[in-house]
Design a protein around this ligand. Sequence first.
Ligand code: NI
Length: 194
Amino acid sequence: MRKLLLLLSVLAAAAPLAVNAQEPQSVRAASPTLDIGGAFSLSTHNGQRLTDADLKGKPYALFFGFTHCPEVCPTTLFELTGALATLGADADKLAAFFVTVDPERDTQEHLASYLGAFDDRIIGLRGTDEETAAIARSFKATYRKIPLDGGDYTMDHTAVIYLMDREGRFFDKIDYREDHKSQLEKLRRLLASG
Ligand code: NI
């Protein structure tokens, strides 16, 4: 009996570890599907609280990144800025979000100043570590910290732009460095949807 109790307590202690160890794998294995998206709650770079419920009725584009990103994020933001400019006033019907996966360095002030270089319709979002993990999980996005020499670090992260319809459902995605024409076409289809 004592042995059984010991075994049970060992199993109970090991269970949360097993769940944690499995989680990243299942997230990594998943490819974008209709199951993408869901409830979230984050803070904007203007300090307002934003949840998925606030976006009901408005299609949106969302992607994950971090302001210290050397290439992927600035390129994506630059291209999105160009696409929004081409769409003109139509783009006002769309919301666009840059969710930081590096809330440690990307403070609200830092996000605001970084995004000042891009279309002002792109809103920065940040959360606690838990909130960041939660939205990444619901979008099946991954990110991880990569230590650099000298104690610095960079972030590896999913680079697609998620296009969500006005009901908050996954509509389509734009891949990193996708052809400009194709990006515009997808954004136009999203605006015209349901
Ligand atoms: Ni990046």
